[in-house]
Design a protein around this ligand. Structure first.
Ligand SMILES: CC(C)(COP(=O)(O)OP(=O)(O)OC[C@H]1O[C@@H](n2cnc3c(N)ncnc32)[C@H](O)[C@@H]1OP(=O)(O)O)[C@@H](O)C(=O)NCCC(=O)NCCS
Length: 161
């Protein structure tokens, strides 16, 4: 598997699993049912941020986007989001993308990385981020309307670089 910078034509290959993950409604508070073109700006970042794809056997199996968490005087803190095609989850793609994002943020001179909204019931993600060194700073109570569990917390997770 390689991780490389996404180009605009990759979006058509990311969109099917983006749409599926968003429509499951368990991990992201993105608008649901967006068309290919309406969803594009929710994932495809522009400088100083970037979007990357994980490619295995010439197929895109996952993607991450990263960039400053806030503009101006908050721009030394990075943030990122991750999606792995459900048919490829659990095989190390998310771990590789996580390492990539940490290396990217460090090389770009960011001081830390903040994840703003990790759904508390998303145990796969929480465990993965903790394994990469992130800790839960706080949990915003009842901030995510989960289709099965009802109102659940959103973790703010943080890694100092
Ligand atoms: C969360 C996500 C990015 C992880 O990517 P992945 O490729 O499935 O994860 P990996 O295969 O790299 O797993 C690495 C670690 O994640 C954790 N993990 C992955 N799947 C898990 C599961 N089903 N249950 C518990 N932990 C899990 C484990 O710590 C695992 O380490 P292990 O191999 O020692 O068990 C991916 O599952 C995904 O895209 N989920 C939907 C969208 C999402 O939740 N994005 C993150 C929002 S914060």
């Amino acid at each position: 598997m390689i991780i490389r910078q996404a180009n605009e034509s990759d979006w058509a290959d990311i969109y099917p699993f983006f749409r599926l993950i968003v429509s499951e409604g368990t991990t992201y508070a993105f608008p649901e049912g967006l068309s290919l073109e309406d969803a594009r700006p929710w994932w495809m970042e522009h400088s100083p941020g970037t979007t990357v794809v994980a490619v295995e056997d010439s197929s895109i199996v996952g993607s991450a986007k990263m960039g400053p968490n806030r503009p101006g005087r908050g721009s030394h803190v990075a943030t990122a989001s991750f999606m792995v095609d459900p048919t490829h989850q659990g095989s190390g793609v998310g771990l590789a993308l996580g390492h990539y994002v940490i290396d990217w943020a460090r090389a770009a001179g960011y001081r830390s990385i903040q994840f703003n909204a990790v759904v508390a019931t998303n145990h796969a993600a929480v465990r993965l981020w903790e394994r990469l060194g992130f800790s839960i700073l706080a949990t915003v109570p009842k901030a995510f309307d989960h289709p099965e569990h009802g109102l659940v917390g959103l973790h703010v997770m943080f890694l100092e670089l």
